[in-house]
Write a protein that binds this ligand. Structure first.
Ligand code: ZN
Length: 177
């Protein structure tokens, strides 16, 4: 498995001087290092994990967000063994991948919720936000914490997200011109 730090560092659980410097200058974060150490251990036990690349990891509140290489999030999410181990080791864990496809990035985070549309809305000036329309309507036991997803997208992309439900708005949104 590949990590934001050297594979060797991840395996032995110690940073080399070069990765230490990258951590100090902010190129990588504590979350990247912690997640790499944890995943390296897990990859020994789960061969399917060993082929993957962790691009970045984030900590949002107490949850971990693991951003895999493009094309890999589905392999992680659909693998029950991996997911149950990840939840055991990381606590609540969110999976997505590094891609220019914003929709895919959000869909993975919100799996299994069905998303109708994802649009980038540009506002006057340099402002923009992502508008996500979710199929159906907000239910009492809606499976995904939307406020958390907003904070995750802010952390991984520095973008604001606005959610709307196909059948009625559960979350008030600003008017979009
Ligand atoms: Zn290193």
């Amino acid at each position: 498995m590949k990590f934001p730090i050297c594979t060797f560092d991840a395996k032995v659980g110690v940073l080399c001087p070069s990765c230490e410097a990258r951590l100090k200058n902010g190129e990588i974060s504590d979350a990247d290092v912690e997640a790499s150490f944890k995943l390296a251990k897990l990859a020994n036990a789960i061969p399917a994990l060993d082929k993957l690349t962790l691009k970045r990891a984030y900590k949002v509140d107490d949850d971990y967000v693991l951003v895999f290489n493009q094309g890999e999030a589905r392999q992680v999410i659909s693998n029950k063994q991996i997911m149950s181990k990840l939840n055991e080791i990381f606590g609540k864990v969110w999976i997505t991948e590094q891609t220019g496809d914003v929709r895919a990035q959000i869909e993975y985070l919100m799996s299994p919720v069905r998303i109708l549309t994802v649009n980038m809305v540009y506002l006057p000036g340099d402002e923009r936000h992502i508008k996500v329309v979710i199929a159906g309507f907000m239910t009492k036991n809606f499976p995904v914490d939307l406020d958390k997803v907003k904070r995750i997208i802010k952390a991984i992309r520095n973008d604001e997200v606005e959610f709307e439900f196909e059948k009625g708005r559960a979350i008030r949104s600003k008017a979009v011109r």
